[in-house]
Design a protein around this ligand. Structure first.
Ligand code: ARG
Length: 284
């Protein structure tokens, strides 16, 4: 290619796109009973102390950030003895008023499934009781009209077909291979209806090929940012709430016209979760 023909292309690439925010409705659960007393992912170490009041303070910052962005934030009551209930993303997957319930892999979290389904029912969602093991939005991410679905550690791949039938949307199966990135929302961030950010090393080869083909302009995050669950973020199409320490991710988002907003959820990282884990999107 000659220099002359290359120049305008580069100029075009340099233009920062204008992004549009869409108001979200989300469900959250205050970490009133948060602690780490069992180990179901590599981040959790029951021997390390946790500070429940600090977890609540940090979580409150996330809540306030969402309210400040104009989101409608709904709350489910925390239950004593269910320390992971703060990770509301795992409570189900909600689309077109259909609430596909969660069926947890680990016995410690299994009572959360019915607790979230009760909330959905009481709030006029059409509850769809799951047959297959799945951990809700932890492993299911809506990007435009398709649902990206994780498997390998938690959600059974049979749940992908079950959700596809309920949601009437194509579901793309992606296999996770690194136990530190055990839910899809630790390895993929949805930025808007057509683009994502992800960590390539978290996926097996066929899944990585699928991501590369579908999202050629995706943001590729560094191992460093992923290692503090930087991908575990939540976007309204313009504002992207991310881990405050994910500095390179922040830089890449800004360069692409998004507005990254850092929050510190270090205490909830002790349970293996971040921003997105604490957030379940409700789509009426
Ligand atoms: N301790 C929880 C678990 O291992 C953390 C869940 C994080 N949630 C998420 N959506 N990634 O199940």
């Amino acid at each position: 290619m000659s220099i002359n023909s290359a120049t305008p292309v580069l100029a075009e690439e340099g233009a920062v796109p204008v992004r549009t925010a869409t108001k979200r409705t989300v469900l959250m659960c205050k970490p009133q009973f948060f602690t780490v007393v069992y180990r179901i992912n590599p981040w959790m170490d029951p021997a390390l102390p946790t500070d429940t009041s600090l977890a609540v303070t940090q979580w409150q910052t996330l809540y306030d950030t969402y309210v400040g962005l104009g989101f409608d934030v709904q709350l489910i009551d925390p239950i004593d003895g269910l320390p992971d209930m703060v990770y509301a993303a795992n409570g189900g997957f909600v689309i077109d008023n259909q609430a596909y319930g969660a069926k947890f892999t680990h016995v410690q979290r299994q009572p959360e499934g019915p607790a979230y389904m009760d909330w959905f029912g009481a709030n006029d969602f059409n509850v769809r009781v799951p047959v297959e093991t799945n951990e809700g939005e932890g492993d299911f991410l809506l990007v435009g009209d398709v649902i990206l679905a994780g498997t390998g550690f938690r959600s059974d791949s049979n749940s992908h077909a079950e959700l596809s039938a309920i949601a009437g949307r194509p579901v793309i199966t992606l296999r996770l291979i690194n136990p530190s990135f055990y839910h899809l929302d630790t390895a993929v961030a949805v930025l808007d209806d057509s683009n994502i950010a992800y960590l390539p090393s978290a996926f097996d080869e066929p899944s990585l090929a699928t991501l590369q083909e579908r999202y050629p302009d995706a943001v590729i995050v560094t191992e460093e940012d992923a290692a503090i669950l930087g991908l575990n973020s939540y976007s309204d199409g313009y504002n992207v709430v991310i881990a405050a320490r994910a500095k390179d991710f922040e830089r890449q988002l800004r360069a692409r016209g998004y507005n990254p907003i850092g929050v510190d959820l270090s205490e909830l990282l002790l349970g293996g979760g971040g921003v997105k884990c604490c957030t379940l999107e409700l789509r009426r």
